[in-house]
Structures are given as C-alpha cells and as structure tokens.
Design a protein around this ligand. Sequence first.
Ligand SMILES: Nc1ncnc2c1ncn2[C@@H]1O[C@H](COP(=O)(O)OP(=O)(O)O)[C@@H](O)[C@H]1O
Ligand SMILES: CC(C)(COP(=O)(O)O)[C@@H](O)C(=O)NCCC(=O)O
Length: 434
Amino acid sequence: MGPHATHSCKDCLGVRIMSGYQGGSSSSSGLNGAGDGEVPFKRSKRYRPYNRPSTVPRNPSLNQDQQVMSMPWFGMDIGGSLAKLVYFEPKDITPDEANAEVETLKNIRRYLTKNSAYGKTGHRDIHLQMDNVEVRGRKGSLHFIRFPTSEMGNFLELAKSKGMATLVTTVCATGGGAYKFEDAFQREVNMNLMKFDELDSLIRGILYIETNDPKECYYFADPTSENQCHKVPYDLSNPYPFLLVNIGSGVSVLAVHGPNTYKRITGTSLGGGTFLGLCCLLTGCNTFEEAIELATGGDNTRVDKLVKDIYGGDYEKMGLPGDLVASSFMGVCSFGQMNAKDKRANVSREDLARATLVTITNNIGSIARMCASNEKINNVVFVGNFLRVNPISMKLLAHAMDYWSKGTLKALFLEHEGYFGAVGCLLGFNGFVS
Ligand SMILES: Nc1ncnc2c1ncn2[C@@H]1O[C@H](COP(=O)(O)OP(=O)(O)O)[C@@H](O)[C@H]1O
Ligand SMILES: CC(C)(COP(=O)(O)O)[C@@H](O)C(=O)NCCC(=O)O
C-alpha cells in the first residue's frame, strides 16, 4: 500500500491567500540563494528575527528584499503540472503581535489552517503538516497545499479579491512558473516574486525536512512480495553522496555531494506529465488519481511483450528473466501474428493504464541506475508528485534498483514527495541583519 490516501481535485481553485503582520527586517544582505555556502537549516549567528507589527506601514525606503520578511510566509513552487504552496503558521505570536495583527490576517490564517479544500481544486495535505518547526527563528507549523498550475488565473483572482496586495509585497517562489507568472503576479496582485532556483530549493527543502522529521525517509523491504512488502524508516542524516531523481512533469537527475554541491547529470521528458498525458489519451481518464486507480486494477503483461514471449523463457546468457518487459506496448501489435487484433480488443483501460505506468517508471528506473553507476553513488532518492498515491511505481523502482545492482543500490523515498522545492524556497530567504 502507498503511504497516502487518494485525493481527487477537480475544477477551479479557491485558495484564499492570507496576509498579516507587516513585518520587515532591516536587512542589508542575506539572500541565502544557491551555492552561497549557507547550510539552509542551521541558523546563522548573525540571524536576528524581527517582525514589524502589522500596524506599522510599509517603509518605502526598504527595498524588496527587506520587505520580504512581512508575514504571511509562503513558499511557492509553480511547476509544469502542480503549484505547491507551503504556508508557515507562526505559533509563537506574542500578545503585542496579536494586538497589532490585522483582522484580515487572522481570518485568512484561520481559513487556511482550518480547511483542507479550497474551492474545487485547492487541496491541503493535512497528513503532511509539520508542527513545532522553526523557520527564520520563529516557531510554528508548516502547511502543505497544492493546486493545478493551470488554475493560476483563479488563484490570482482570489488573491486579488482578498486584498492580498495591501498586505504582502513579496512571496518566495520557484519552479518554471515563478518566471512564467512573474508579470501576472505583479500586475494582478501587486506582488513581487522573489525567485529561487528550483533545484537549489529542492535540495534545501529535502535537507530541512529530513532534519526535522526522522520518519521522513524510507525504503521498501521485499518490494515484489504482495504480503511481505513493507515500508522501513531510513536514517538519512548523513545523506552524501546521493542521487536525486525528481519525477515531476519531466525528470531531473542530480548527483548531490553536499548541501550546496550538486550537479544535474541528466533528465528526461518522459516523466509524470507523460504518464498522465498518455493515460488520458489511451483510457479517456481525466485525473491523475483516476489514472492511478485504473493502473492499480490493470495488467501490463496483456499489453507489453515480455522476454519470455520472445525467448520462451529467460534469456539466461544475458541474465534477463522471462518476466522482464522486452518491449513496452508491443503486445498489442505483434506484427504478422494472426491474433493481434483480438488481443487488442481484449485489452482493458486498466491494462493500458498499467502498461503506461510501468513503461514510464521502468524508463526512469533505467536512467537512474545508469546515472548511479556512472557516478558511483549507491543511495538513490526518488521525489516528485509522480510518486503521490503511486505505490506501484515506488515498488517497481525499489525492485529495479535492488535487482539490477545485485543489492548495491538502494531506492529511497520521502514522505513529502513533491513539496521540497516549495519548502526550500520558503527557507531561501533568511533575515540577516548586520
Ligand atoms: N492531483 C494531481 N494532478 C496532476 N498531476 C498529479 C497529481 N498528483 C500527482 N500528479 C503527478 O505529479 C506530476 C507533477 O509532479 P510535480 O512534482 O508536482 O511536478 P511539477 O513541478 O512539474 O508540477 C504530474 O505530472 C502527475 O504525474
Ligand atoms: C524542465 C524541468 C526542470 C521542469 O521541472 P518540472 O516542472 O517538470 O518539475 C523538467 O521538466 C526536466 O528536467 N525535464 C527534462 C528535460 C530533459 O533533460 O530532457
């Protein structure tokens, strides 16, 4: 079983944006962006959290970076498929702050933290909520919200209607959408996006969450056994080196040697977006959740051609087991075979969904293995929302890493799956004061 329950989101988004303390910092430096040598989750000695109370008007002499300390604190990762919004809810509000806090902020905070659905497509992953964490010297909770990037127009509309522009100047943002939608944020809600690189943010987020939650990382023991397969916690406190495979719309593969030392080795356009796109075309499904549900009930061996379909058994000399997929999807068009048409007619939507999932997953597994072997790295950490509610792919990857490396490679997974970029960019700005 997968770690999370299945959620379904349709139609338009109704996330209401909060605003609040018009805090600020007299920062003159301190952007903790990529590769500046700052370990993201450790507090600098020069760090001094300061929140200007909400009654204090914006100081026009402060530049954008200085204004960013204003609450609310959001980190946004606007990806090709999903926008991930991480909201930091302060829990250490002093009486003075509470008195000075504007009513709008209180209402919005309540709205965000008491609901789990926002409009029709905004969804808060309550099971991922992190309490008693420290961000920029403040204690509080992290809330994890997602909505389809295609709903960004509605998101901005709502943000505007809630008066966001009067309360917030800057939001930390990453992902391609931080660039694509930058002008729209400025135009529609008078908000500046403080942009951070998505891969820097991804690593920073992983390190922070792993440090704060010892149960974050796990692997699958006995991934091929229906009854024996189970999740086992893995201690990732000494993570380096590790291969990081981010399976979002597309796939990026990174070799990570330190908090600020990594390289992007390669990528593939055959990712989570491909799975969903092909699945919609082949089965007529409309959502990721539906696609996974179909795949769960399907059998890819009715669609794929296996080694044993070609060899009649294992290809022993090369160590290829008979059950290995020899050619994805070839089973439905076996050239020259009399029964190809009949075979195709008997293939169900479920089988097609399963075959699509297995095809995409195997390809990613294969690339990951080659990269790990080239880089001489044994731990392969898989993240990204493609793995959301998707135990089939996680177990396939776990088995592939183990089997083909004869037990040398270990596939590791993280509970917060697709949220690391958003967390990392939230942490990207630190309020330094000289
Ligand atoms: N509710 C969902 N809606 C759309 N795609 C989803 C959903 N849940 C999981 N996914 C999968 O996650 C992929 C996006 O992963 P993500 O890590 O958010 O990447 P990106 O940053 O490119 O949006 C999608 O392509 C799809 O395969
Ligand atoms: C361009 C991207 C980094 C964007 O990230 P995403 O929104 O998919 O998470 C990613 O889709 C990617 O790495 N694509 C593969 C490109 C390639 O190397 O072929």
